[in-house]
Design a protein around this ligand. Structure first.
Ligand SMILES: Cc1cc2nc3c(=O)[nH]c(=O)nc-3n(C[C@H](O)[C@H](O)[C@H](O)COP(=O)(O)OP(=O)(O)OC[C@H]3O[C@@H](n4cnc5c(N)ncnc54)[C@H](O)[C@@H]3O)c2cc1C
Length: 428
């Protein structure tokens, strides 16, 4: 049988490659980046609900090294402090500092380190940008920008928001009609900080990540800051990523880094106080500032389209990109990859028909993805309301819901553990 072709070595593509490799299922992984070192990989992210999936399907030995190899803080790999606070007054209304509020040992990972960890032992072809796809009932032939071709039994699009594979599956028009730009305008970058500069933020807010709610007379603003790396060999050990966002169409276009930084500083001065205002004002001149264009795609658009393209499927952002305001996109991408890997294990090892396995994988993915995109959208709109009070009230509500969710997750984990122990006792 021809191999499974995976396009994209981001979170989902690499996890699927690992699951297939672990189960001796033939695959080929293609990535358009020129090499492992060719870009920084962007935002650090929190891994939480995907961890039980990784633990079960990457193998216990590999999983055991995840935190120590990928964490943003290699000195204390499982440290993850989350904070939500009033960005005008520094009043903290959610803090997971110094306790085990978040069950299941979540990890804040540095994307580059996590990718390096997932890449170990994986065969990958770099500098391969997918351009064209020919698919039919029996298989798929893909052509890359460099003119080379590859043949596979299945094509998996793990190629992110603008997925070439998803566009083939849906057609360009339908794809773009269902890929919506979020109204949230989000500008972000990173800065290095010394121990002394970082100390007040570590003490007051969090050593890992903080969501700070601000606002002016017209609208709510949100500032986010997270530690992406701590390198104690440097005089400025902390690499801190940040973004500031609001919903506005009245701001001027900012088409240079300097103009975007000036806009961020204006937003900060207008909407924040205390430590948050100081942080934003202190971003060094010359810092590159990205205009983070946030897209959403509800995956129900894929329903009913597998029949026409039975050898193409999608996962992660290619299937269901979402705004980052619940911190879930990457977790869902990883869960998709593990679930698709399990479906393919059934095909290769139990002779389950491919169509049946893909249908089952997609049904679950579409349902879970739709909920995640919708809830992330609600959070993004709520956080960026039309006044400071509106934004902070939603923030407090979401903080309370977060605590309830964590409590429920803890109870569920305790019940599952008790059940496992009971089963072990019975079989002993
Ligand atoms: C600011 C921000 C903060 C976030 N924070 C969190 C968080 O805390 N928690 C969380 O769970 N999620 C978070 N996310 C979301 C998360 O980053 C994404 O959901 C996740 O990266 C999706 O993984 P993926 O594998 O689907 O795609 P990606 O990680 O985007 O990987 C796609 C890969 O495909 C490659 N590719 C694209 N096109 C081609 C082509 N034509 N040919 C070959 N290769 C191609 C790309 O180079 C890339 O390597 C955040 C996102 C943003 C923007």
């Amino acid at each position: 049988m021809d191999p499974v072709i995976i396009i994209g070595a981001g979170l989902s593509g690499l996890v699927l490659a690992n699951v297939l490799k672990h189960n001796n299922i033939p695959y080929k992984l293609y990535e358009r980046d020129a090499s492992q070192e060719s870009r920084s990989q962007g935002w650090s992210i929190s891994l939480h609900m995907c961890l039980p999936y990784l633990e079960r399907y990457l193998g216990a030995e590999k999983y055991a090294t995840l935190a120590e190899r990928s964490s943003v803080n290699l000195q204390n790999p499982t440290e993850l402090e989350m904070c939500m606070a009033n960005g005008r007054t520094d009043e903290v209304f959610l803090s997971t500092k110094n306790n085990d509020t978040i069950p299941g040992r979540p990890v804040r990972i540095n994307r580059k380190r996590f990718r390096d960890w997932l890449l170990e032992g994986i065969d990958i072809a770099w500098d391969k940008e997918l351009e064209t796809i020919e698919d039919n009932q029996d298989g798929v032939i893909v052509k890359f920008k460099d003119g080379t071709v590859a043949k596979g039994s299945l094509l998996v699009g793990a190629d992110g928001v603008r997925s070439r594979v998803a566009r083939q599956r849906l057609g360009e028009t339908v794809f773009w009609e269902h890929t919506k730009r979020s109204p949230v305008r989000c500008l972000g970058g990173s800065r290095r900080m010394t121990e002394k500069e970082r100390e007040p933020y570590n003490e007051k807010f969090s050593r890992t990540m903080a969501l700070l709610f601000g606002g002016d007379d017209d609208r709510a603003y949100l500032a986010f800051m997270c530690v992406a790396d701590i390198d104690m060999t440097r005089p400025d050990p902390y690499l801190v990523q940040w973004n500031v966002s609001c919903i506005t169409d009245s701001e001027p276009d900012a088409d240079t880094d300097a103009a975007r930084l000036a806009l961020v500083k204006e937003w900060g001065a207008r909407s924040m106080g205390g430590l948050t205002a100081e942080f934003i004002a202190g971003i060094p001149e010359g810092t590159p500032v990205l205009d983070l264009k946030l897209y959403e795609r509800i995956p129900t658009v894929f329903e009913g389209t597998l029949v026409q393209h039975p050898r193409l499927t999608v996962m992660g952002d290619a299937a269901h990109c979402m705004t980052p305001y619940r911190g879930e996109g990457g977790n869902h991408a990883i869960i998709d990859a593990v679930n698709l890997g399990k479906a393919l294990m059934d095909v290769y090892k139990k002779n389950t028909p491919l169509a049946e396995a893909l249908m089952e994988y997609e049904e679950e993915m579409i349902q879970r993805g739709t909920k995640a995109v919708t809830e992330s959208r609600q959070a993004s709109l709520g956080f960026h309301g039309q006044s400071f009070d509106a934004g902070i009230n939603i923030g407090k509500k979401i903080a309370a819901q977060f605590m309830e969710r964590m409590q429920a997750a803890r109870q569920q984990m305790e019940q599952e553990k008790a059940k496992e122990q009971e089963e072990e006792r019975k079989t002993a």
